[in-house]
Design a protein around this ligand. Structure first.
Ligand SMILES: NC(=O)c1ccc[n+]([C@@H]2O[C@H](COP(=O)([O-])OP(=O)(O)OC[C@H]3O[C@@H](n4cnc5c(N)ncnc54)[C@H](OP(=O)(O)O)[C@@H]3O)[C@@H](O)[C@H]2O)c1
Length: 290
């Protein structure tokens, strides 16, 4: 019997499954990249198609982490983005309603336009790219279908992930090879360690509503990179600050999409950047990462 079903086996899905397996009989689904999480059953499921697996497993809790997360790819393939980020959550919410499961749906800081920063849960949303628009449509679908749900909005995820690079693992890899990296100094957000987010999500499982679940520090990408270099003992002179105007991104990025985490702080402890990076370094030293 599955008590908690994690949908999506990416950076966050793996972290939630690892955190949950101690407390709940946990299953995790993947789409095109099979994964193994010790102690968890795994299944294939595409949330844009049939989600009858959810109805047959009948979990008490569902954590929906699956999404199309490449912001530029969402801009160029809007149909695929809509399917994964809006239709998928709708399908999952309908199945959750059928079996009376609690859905915790993971969303993004990119539902905001980034003109102000330090957004609270009740601030007006106004996405400036299609990723944000499609994720906001996913939030709306969940809210329309379910009365008892959690929407957990997060920001710039990082952590160890054997199958795909994220900002921190990419920066460590490049600087470790002695390569210079160009990093924007005019974009701010709230970097979030995936295992810390997993703990925040599990602490909210019996709450209802929208929660900002992110790291506790608002920081520019450039300053974040400097802290990465210091934490991993790398040469910070390899980091070249640039303006985002110099980059030819397909999708616009919010200037400051940092999140106010006051609400979630009464349930768990969001980490600042140094604490998050220290935790990653510790895992690496214990030899748990190759
Ligand atoms: N990464 C960030 O910086 C960031 C920032 C803010 C919010 N978020 C949100 O946080 C959540 C988790 O992000 P993440 O970094 O863990 O993402 P990720 O590493 O890119 O993983 C996304 C997962 O979703 C799965 N997926 C994609 N389309 C699917 C479909 N149609 N059916 C089933 N599974 C599908 C992918 O499976 P396959 O690879 O097997 O296809 C992948 O395992 C997402 O909801 C994202 O929007 C992320």
């Amino acid at each position: 019997m599955t008590e908690l079903l994690v949908i999506g086996g990416g950076l966050l899905g793996g972290a939630v499954a690892s955190a949950s397996r101690e407390r709940f009989r946990t299953a995790v689904t993947y789409n095109s990249h099979p994964l193994q999480v010790e102690g968890c059953a795994t299944y294939q499921m595409d949330i844009t198609g049939s989600v009858d697996l959810i109805r047959s497993l009948k979990p008490q809790y569902i954590v929906l982490t699956a999404a199309m997360t490449n912001v530029d790819a969402c801009e160029s393939d809007r149909i695929a983005a809509w399917k994964a980020n809006a239709l998928g959550p709708k399908n999952v919410a309908l199945a959750a309603r059928d079996i009376g499961a609690k859905l915790i749906h993971v969303s993004t800081d990119y539902v905001f336009d980034g003109e102000r920063g330090m957004y609270r849960e009740d601030d007006p949303t106004s996405p400036i790219n299609y990723y944000g628009e499609s994720k906001l449509a996913g939030e709306s679908a969940v809210q329309d279908i379910l009365e008892d749900y959690v929407i957990a909005r997060t920001s710039v995820l990082y952590g160890w992930n054997p199958s795909r690079l994220n900002f921190v693992t990419w920066a460590v890899q490049e600087m470790g090879r002695g390569n210079k990296i160009n990093i924007v100094n005019d974009q701010y957000n709230s970097p979030t360690l995936s295992s810390n987010l997993a703990d925040m999500i599990l602490s909210l499982k019996d709450e209802t509503g929208i929660f900002h679940t992110a790291g506790s520090e608002r920081i520019s990408r450039y300053d974040f990179s400097l802290k990465i270099a210091r934490a991993f003992g790398l040469d910070e002179s390899l980091i070249i600050p640039i303006s985002s105007d110099a980059l030819n991104w397909k999708a616009r990025r919010p200037r400051d999409s940092s999140l106010d985490i006051s609400l979630v702080s009464s349930f768990s402890k969001p980490l600042n950047v140094e604490e998050g990076l220290k935790s990653m370094v510790k895992v690496a030293k214990q030899g748990m990462v190759t």
